[in-house]
Write a protein that binds this ligand. Structure first.
Ligand code: HEM
Length: 493
């Protein structure tokens, strides 16, 4: 009898331990157990949030949870969501590291600045290129001014002029415009894309790019499960997604190779400043400097320095993707909002006509005004900010990992190694800061009209999070704001 009870006892002990480890501890004892649960299963199972993500309802569902339960909620045994400025400061300005979730943005099998997990390697990469996207560089870059002039007057307006009278697919057109602007700054005008004129290729490219959208779930949320399934012959990501990724990578590698060949051959004698590959140039010289100064001691020795060609292409394709898509989405929503408000269009047109030069097509040599003058237009700024608030192009979760041994969030102690994230969709819908948050009300950003107190203005600006915050915030925010400023008037003139 006693002999028989030993295995039984062992089984019982394992069951008790499992119940303790996977149910009692996370639900009642873990420091996270004090945080309100977004769903009753959240303390002991990630299935609810996984399903919510799989069915593309995360932004809405987490927003509803925050409205009901407050600025911090638990969404899975080892994951929380935050939605207040103090939390944003702790997590994002506090430099919490990224995790494996971002590995999907490793292109060509090597990391780029965006996908780096750790802040040291991230900073080394950022040093090489951030200057090209600084506000002063954007304002003063002769290459950028020449590129914008060529793209707007040489490509965009002729495309609008020759468009079908029934209407224009603005989503498609804006994506083409932002892609041409982005790649011109990266690779130079002649070696960048020409999506505005090459309609067939842009449609093919955008199909490849957009088509992959529904296939990121397993790679980002269940990478180990994905690998295991692959081992036993089950392919959760279809082959055509791999093929699309390959083609997009080949295309970007070709742009890099062409621009590098140009830099070696004719760049020195080319008088057209628009052909300057500003970002690529900065990255190549940054890598060269890192090699020379630090060599094997560099934190990038085993990545960017070892796989130089692939690392350059990995960084470039990330900017191609991040740059064209976010700005294209913004301009599309902006066009939609303007199309619903004729008086706003009239006011905006009047503001723009006050500029010198005023961009009118009837001018003998139409010219884009200085970016400083465009930046200073209050109504233009207000409609852009309100579009970015209500229709944030990256509205979803931006996960980070809490540091060891622990940190404090929303008054709760949170142990190290916990996934924590915020989403602009919710941050931008705080009704105390943005009254009637679902309404497109550009006057929130017009200080002469809205009657806000100094404190209200400060709060409004503090809660604006379209570009994220801290050391990993958008490196292209100035480029984006600059790029959208001169494009918008074209729609109106
Ligand atoms: C309206 C336009 C844009 C919006 C709303 C936007 C938004 C963002 C956000 C929210 C992040 C942080 C994401 C995260 O941590 O998960 C980010 C990062 C980034 N964005 Fe943008 N972006 C825009 C335009 C651009 C442009 C034009 C570029 C061109 C280079 C760009 C390049 C990047 C890069 C490289 C990062 C990673 C920065 C780092 O890790 O240090 N973005 N962006």
């Amino acid at each position: 009898m006693a002999f028989l009870s030993v295995p039984l006892l062992a089984v019982l002990s394992v069951c008790c331990l499992a119940v303790y480890r996977f149910f009692i501890y996370p639900t009642f004892i873990s420091p996270l157990s004090k945080i309100p649960n977004a769903h009753w299963t959240a303390p002991f199972s990630p299935l609810w949030i996984l399903w919510t993500r799989y069915s593309s309802r995360e932004n809405r569902v987490l927003h509803a949870a925050h409205l009901k339960l407050g600025p911090i909620v638990r969404v899975a045994p080892n994951e929380i969501s935050i939605n207040d400025v103090a939390g944003l400061r702790t997590v994002y300005a506090g430099g919490f590291e990224k995790g494996e979730w971002y590995s999907i943005f490793d292109n060509y099998g090597v990391p780029c600045m965006f996908s780096e997990w750790h802040s040291r390697t991230h900073s080394a990469r950022k040093r090489m290129i951030s200057n090209t996207y600084s506000k002063s560089n954007i304002h003063n870059s002769a290459a950028l001014a020449a590129q914008a002039q060529a793209i707007l007057y040489g490509r965009l307006l002729p495309a609008v002029d020759s468009a079908d009278v029934k209407g224009i697919d603005v989503h498609d057109l804006w994506f083409a415009t932002t892609m041409d602007g982005m790649t011109a700054y990266q690779f130079g005008l002649k070696n960048g894309s020409n999506f505005l004129q090459d309609v067939a290729y842009r449609r093919h490219w955008l199909d490849l790019y957009q088509g992959r959208k529904g296939s990121t779930f397993f790679t980002q949320e269940l990478p180990q499960f994905l690998k295991y399934c692959k081992k036993i012959g089950i392919k959760l990501v279809p082959k055509w997604v791999d093929d699309a990724n390959q083609e997009l990578e080949d295309w970007t590698q070709m742009l890099c190779d062409n621009a590098m060949a140009y830099m070696k051959s004719s760049a020195a004698t080319d008088k057209d400043v628009a052909n300057d590959p500003v970002v690529l140039n900065a990255l190549i010289s940054g890598i060269g400097k890192e090699k020379k100064m630090k060599g094997e001691e560099s934190v990038l020795a085993s990545t960017a320095l070892k796989y130089e060609r692939l690392s350059i292409a990995s960084e470039m394709i990330d900017h191609v993707a991040a740059g064209h898509e976010t700005s294209g989405i913004t301009l599309t929503y902006l066009s939609w909002q303007l199309s619903r408000d004729i008086p706003l269009q009239d006011k905006l047109r009047a503001e723009l006509l006050g500029l010198k030069p005023n961009m009118l097509m009837s001018n003998s040599q139409p010219q884009i005004p200085s970016s400083k003058d465009l930046d200073a237009l209050p109504l233009l700024h207000a409609v852009l900010m309100e579009t970015l608030r209500l229709h944030a192009p990256i509205p979803g979760n931006e996960p980070r990992i809490t540091p060891y041994p622990s940190c404090t969030l929303g008054g709760y102690t949170v142990p190290g190694g916990v996934r924590v994230g915020a989403q602009a969709h919710s941050v931008h819908r705080n009704s105390e800061v943005y009254p009637d948050p679902e309404t497109f009300d550009y006057t929130r950003w017009l200080d002469d009209e809205n009657g806000y107190s100094e404190e209200q203005r400060k709060e409004r600006d503090r809660w604006f999070w379209a570009f994220s915050s801290g050391g990993r915030m958008c490196v292209g925010s100035n480029f984006a704001m600059h790029g959208e400023n001169p494009l918008l008037p074209q729609k109106l003139s």
